[in-house]
Design a protein around this ligand. Sequence first.
Ligand SMILES: [Ca+2]
Ligand SMILES: [Ca+2]
Length: 219
Amino acid sequence: MKRRFFNQTRTSIAPGRDTKLKLQMIKKPTLPDVLPAPPLTETPNVPMVMPYTEIPDADSLPADAQYAGANVTSITGSTGAGDYQDLFRFTWDGGLLEAATNGLLGSSCDFDTILFLFDSTGLYITSNRYNRGPDGLAGSYISANLSAGDYLLGITGYGFAISDSGGVLIYDARDASGKGFQHDNGSGILTSWGWGGTPSPAADPSTGNYTIGINKRKS
Ligand SMILES: [Ca+2]
Ligand SMILES: [Ca+2]
């Protein structure tokens, strides 16, 4: 049966005067169904990751703040003996900024941090020392709705205070009862850092490693 089938097939497409006609009569093979192309979609909105690492040690006053880039999403660094504060300048494209060391936003710290936010001139905006994250980690968390521009983000250990050019405290490490809790003393331009905790002078300031998580919140 196989042989007969083979001969018939050859005959049907063998060269000859009817070849053209026969070829035209050969049924076109049926193409497999082709799935329609998926509709074009927008590029997935994947957040940009813009990490920055302190090199080698950031200064602590506005004129010398280390530049961490535009819309940075994390800053990793450390404090230690003789390096009690780090101040970073960054460019923000506007919106509600969050910064944390308490485990939120990919952050971490191994000491008792205070986070400070200033405008580009060093004018105090906000600060936070103690805010437990969702996993119970102690750390800091700040948020502020900012217009586009450059800002300064500072980090230090619990016990430090900041003063303006007249020596007036902007932020004091102690509250009115002197129990060693943070106290916000208003606004001013960061001019100096000092020890405001107990005991005074500092016997063992809180220092260590940190990663500050930074995020633009949607709403
Ligand atoms: Ca440092
Ligand atoms: Ca420093």
